[in-house]
Write a protein that binds this ligand. Structure first.
Ligand SMILES: NC(=O)c1ccc[n+]([C@@H]2O[C@H](COP(=O)([O-])OP(=O)(O)OC[C@H]3O[C@@H](n4cnc5c(N)ncnc54)[C@H](OP(=O)(O)O)[C@@H]3O)[C@@H](O)[C@H]2O)c1
Ligand SMILES: *[C@@H]1O[C@H](CO)[C@@H](O)[C@H](O)[C@H]1NC(C)=O
Length: 283
């Protein structure tokens, strides 16, 4: 190898590594300052943590969920943490729900769709009605909120952030109804993103692929079955906000537990079940 190549190759590697990391790391909390953000499903779990991060960054946050008492506490904490403003809208979300009226007046920069209806963590029980109900909460309400928020998001050059799961990218046992609703999100939002690009609609869509996260509901449902330890909801919430603010197409968290196995999915589908470490006979 010539001397030039000996120098050039490591140099190119360094440049590439620099570009890769600088492109990934240019998030600044000030990006959210003064932005008007809706977080659905923010009474607990990842949504609650997203509200706190946004508050610390000085955003105007509007949180939604069914349980008003919990939302009230989240709003109080958001104000303590320095939110530009904090308000709540309580109620169940389905395809009948239009974006709550107070949001419409002030404009909107970011819509974070995160809420999820209760399902079971077990073999598919044949209950079709349950799938219909879950599709309504986990999928159709995301569509309805997007449709009603779109005029505001177009005006602001805003962002839609959709919280999905590994189970929305690859088939999973014990989460048949849930997985179906999360796959639907990918079909809808990934297609819509392409139409926005063709039509020069300046609204970004970020789909978030999450692994097992340590929220109360997930740990209660899956800790006995999944052999991996859950990742922290605080860090997860921050990664979602970063990805939305940077207008990334997709967010993978934890990266090694999502992106890497998904690279295998299309090459060696028969291997994927063994990647997820289910305990034998746990159900
Ligand atoms: N935790 C994980 O391991 C994990 C893994 C992959 C993906 N995710 C995704 O991450 C997101 C957040 O998960 P999480 O674990 O933080 O969930 P969570 O703690 O169970 O919180 C769910 C939120 O949705 C609200 N909600 C439930 N049903 C609703 C309805 N019908 N209408 C309106 N709001 C409703 C809940 O509040 P109320 O009960 O007060 O309504 C709550 O605020 C979900 O989209 C989930 O699929 C989570
Ligand atoms: C799209 O919106 C973003 C964020 O609001 C803005 O920074 C960017 O300049 C806009 N792009 C175009 C082409 O208008």
């Amino acid at each position: 190898m010539g001397r030039l190549q000996k120098i050039l190759i490591p140099f190119l590697g360094l440049v590439l590594a620099f570009c890769f990391y600088s492109a990934r790391e240019n998030f600044k909390p000030e990006m959210l300052k003064g932005k008007r953000v809706i977080v659905t499903g923010a009474s607990t779990g990842i949504g609650e943590q997203m509200a706190y991060h946004l508050a610390r960054m000085g955003a105007h946050v509007l949180v939604t969920a069914r349980t008003e008492a919990k939302l009230q506490k989240v709003v109080e904490r958001c104000r303590e943490l320095g939110a530009g403003s904090a308000q709540l809208v309580s109620g169940t979300l389905s395809h009948h729900t239009l974006t709550p009226a107070p949001l419409l007046s002030g404009g909107l920069d970011m819509l974070i769709l995160n809420h999820v209806g209760k399902s079971y963590f077990s073999y598919f029980d044949g209950d079709v009605r349950h799938i219909q109900k879950l599709l309504d909460i986990n999928f159709l309400s995301y569509v309805a909120m997007t449709v009603s928020a779109l005029p505001m998001l177009k005006q602001s050059g805003g962002s839609i952030v959709v919280v999905s799961s590994m189970a929305g990218k690859v088939g999973f046992p014990f989460t048949v109804p849930y997985s179906a609703t999360k796959f639907a999100l990918d079909g809808f939002f990934s297609s819509l993103r392409q139409e926005f690009s063709i039509q020069n609609v300046n609204v970004s869509i970020t789909l978030c692929i999450l692994s097992f996260i340590d929220t109360e509901s997930a740990v209660r449902a899956a800790a006995d079955v999944l052999q991996m330890s859950p990742a922290p909801k605080e860090e997860c919430a921050l990664e979602i906000i970063k990805g939305g603010a940077l207008r990334q197409r997709e967010v993978y968290y934890k990266y090694t537990l999502t992106k890497i196995p998904l690279l295998l999915r299309d090459w060696a589908a028969e291997l994927t079940p063994s990647l997820f470490h289910f305990r034998n006979n746990s159900l």
